[in-house]
Design a protein around this ligand. Structure first.
Ligand code: BTN
Length: 333
C-alpha cells in the first residue's frame, strides 16, 4: 500500500525532488518504510534518483501495462475502465472477459495484457501478440440495447481505435472495411467483437470488443508470412510508443463510444468512418467462403454495410464477410 502512495507522491512531482522527510510526514510512515517502497518501485522498473539533502525523484518509468501505469494516463471515464484486469500474460483478453462475464464481471470491465498466448482474430484466425510489443485490450459492455443495435460496435470500434492512436501517437490510421486499421498500406490493428445472447429471449447478454494494436514491433517480430502485410506504430513513425498512454486513450475512446451507442448518437462516428475508410472508391474482391468476386466499393450505409457495384451493374450491400482491397496487403490481381 505505501508503495502506491509513495509512487503517487513522486509521480505528482513531475520529475522534481521530494524529500524522504516530506514523504514520511505526508503519509505518516517511517523513513525506513519510504526507503522500502522506493526499493520496491525500482524493482518494478522505475528509475528513482536519490540525493542527499534533496530526497527522491522519479526520472523514468517502465513501458508496462500495469494498472499503476494505466491509471497515470487515464482520465475520468463514466463506464469503461472502472474495473481493470492487467496481465503480464494471458491466453486472450477476449476469452478472459467472456469467462469473467459469465461470473458477473461489471459493465465496462477492461482486460489488458502485455502478451497473449492464444490471441484470436476474426474468422478463427490467430492474432500475433508477442510480449512487450503491442497493446492487447478488451472491454466488456452490457448495453441496454437489442443485438441489432449493437452490431455496428465492431465498425465503431475502429473509429475509436483511430481516435486513440491519433491522440497518443500523432498519426491517424485509415480503416479497411470492416475494422482493420491500416497505416501506410499495412495492417496496424484489428478488432474482434463477440456477442453473447440469451438463448430463450434472444436478448443481448453482453458484448466483448477486443482491440490489438502493434506498437513497438520490429519487422522480425512478426511471423514471416505477415512481414510484408503488418506494421507497427514504431516502424512507421520511428518513435517508440508509450503503450500505457495508448491503452488509456483506447479506454477513454471506448467509454465515449459506449455512451454514444447507448444514447443512439453515432452520427459523428459514421462520418469519421466514411472519411477514413480506404476501401471506398476502390476495386475490391469479395471473399465468399471459397469464391472470389471483383466489385467496386461505393459507400458504407448507416449499419456499416459495404455498398458495392457488381460487374453487371447490380448494386448490393454486403453485411458480413471480408474483402481484399486492390493494392493492399499484396493483393494486385
Ligand atoms: C483481426 O484482425 O482479425 C482481429 C484481431 C483482434 C485482436 C484483439 S487483441 C485483444 C483481443 N483479444 C483477442 O484474443 N483478440 C482481440
Amino acid at each position: 500500500m505505501s508503495r502506491e502512495q509513495v509512487f503517487a507522491l513522486l509521480s505528482a512531482q513531475s520529475g522534481e525532488f521530494l524529500s524522504g522527510e516530506d514523504i514520511s510526514a505526508q503519509l505518516g510512515i517511517s523513513r525506513a518504510a519510504v526507503w522500502k517502497a522506493v526499493d520496491a518501485l525500482r524493482r518494478d522498473g522505475y528509475t528513482i534518483e536519490a540525493q542527499t539533502g534533496l530526497g527522491y525523484r522519479l526520472t523514468d518509468s517502465p513501458d508496462a501495462l500495469t494498472e499503476r501505469e494505466l491509471r497515470r494516463y487515464l482520465g475520468g471515464t463514466e463506464t469503461v475502465g472502472k474495473t481493470l484486469y492487467c496481465f503480464e500474460s494471458i491466453d486472450s483478453t477476449n476469452s478472459f472477459l467472456k469467462r469473467a462475464a459469465a461470473e458477473g464481471a461489471p459493465n465496462g470491465a477492461v482486460a489488458v495484457a502485455d502478451e497473449q498466448t492464444a490471441g484470436r482474430g476474426r474468422r478463427g484466425r490467430s492474432f500475433s501478440s508477442g510480449a512487450g510489443r503491442g497493446v492487447y485490450l478488451s472491454a466488456l459492455l452490457r448495453p441496454r440495447l437489442s443485438p441489432k443495435k449493437v452490431l455496428p460496435l465492431t465498425a465503431l470500434g475502429a473509429v475509436a481505435a483511430c481516435n486513440a492512436v491519433e491522440r497518443a501517437c500523432g498519426v491517424r490510421p485509415q480503416i479497411k472495411w470492416t475494422n482493420d486499421l491500416v497505416l501506410n498500406g499495412k495492417k496496424l490493428s484489428g478488432t474482434l467483437t463477440e456477442l453473447s445472447l440469451e438463448g430463450e429471449s434472444g436478448a443481448l447478454d453482453y458484448a466483448v470488443i477486443g482491440i490489438g494494436v502493434n506498437c513497438n514491433n520490429a519487422r522480425e517480430d512478426f511471423p514471416p508470412e505477415l512481414r510484408d502485410i503488418a506494421t507497427s506504430l514504431c516502424l512507421e513513425t520511428g518513435r517508440r510508443v508509450c503503450r500505457a498512454a495508448l491503452a488509456a486513450a483506447l479506454i477513454e475512446e471506448l467509454d465515449g463510444l459506449y455512451a454514444a451507442l447507448q444514447g443512439g448518437d453515432t452520427a459523428a462516428y459514421l462520418a469519421a468512418y466514411r472519411r477514413d475508410c480506404l476501401t471506398l472508391g476502390r476495386e475490391v474482391q469479395l471473399l465468399w467462403q471459397d469464391a472470389r468476386e471483383k466489385v467496386m466499393a461505393l459507400d458504407v450505409d448507416e449499419q456499416f454495410g459495404l455498398v458495392v457495384r457488381h460487374e453487371d451493374g447490380r448494386v448490393e450491400t454486403v453485411r458480413t464477410g471480408e474483402v481484399s482491397v486492390r493494392g493492399l496487403y499484396g493483393y494486385v490481381e
